[in-house]
Design a binder for this molecule. Structure first.
Ligand SMILES: [Cu+2]
Length: 115
């Protein structure tokens, strides 16, 4: 009984440590916001730190669905009207990376500048 209890509490400690690691990871990640509205990105230029993992929060205010797409960044994400989502970016080398909205490619054009 005692062995089981101690194994259980060790398990709980490990679980607690894992949860703490996961939540601090999520909190510490630098986060940038991108809005999609009426076939455009706001802002159209996003500055991010180079060589730093970060998170991009994307909100599509519509009307209509949009797809964030970037060949430079090897990312794509479809968002229904009214939806929010996020993408995690591994550290980028300094440079300019373009992205566009696949459903409104003429107007939905943006760039990410890592420096
Ligand atoms: Cu696509």
């Amino acid at each position: 009984m005692r062995a089981l209890a101690s194994r259980l509490s060790t398990g709980l400690l490990v679980l607690a440590a894992l949860l703490a690691a996961v939540s601090s990871f999520a909190v510490d990640l630098p986060t940038f916001n991108l809005l999609i509205r009426a076939g455009r990105f706001i802002p159209e230029t996003i500055e991010v730190p180079a060589n730093t993992k970060f998170r991009l929060l994307i909100k599509n205010e519509g009307p209509g669905a949009e797809e964030f797409e970037s060949a430079d960044l090897h990312k794509e994400k479809v968002l229904a009207a009214g939806a929010s989502s996020f993408l995690i970016f591994q550290p980028l080398k300094p440079g300019t990376y373009t992205f566009f909205g696949e459903f409104n490619p003429k107007t939905a054009q943006g760039r990410m500048i890592a420096k």
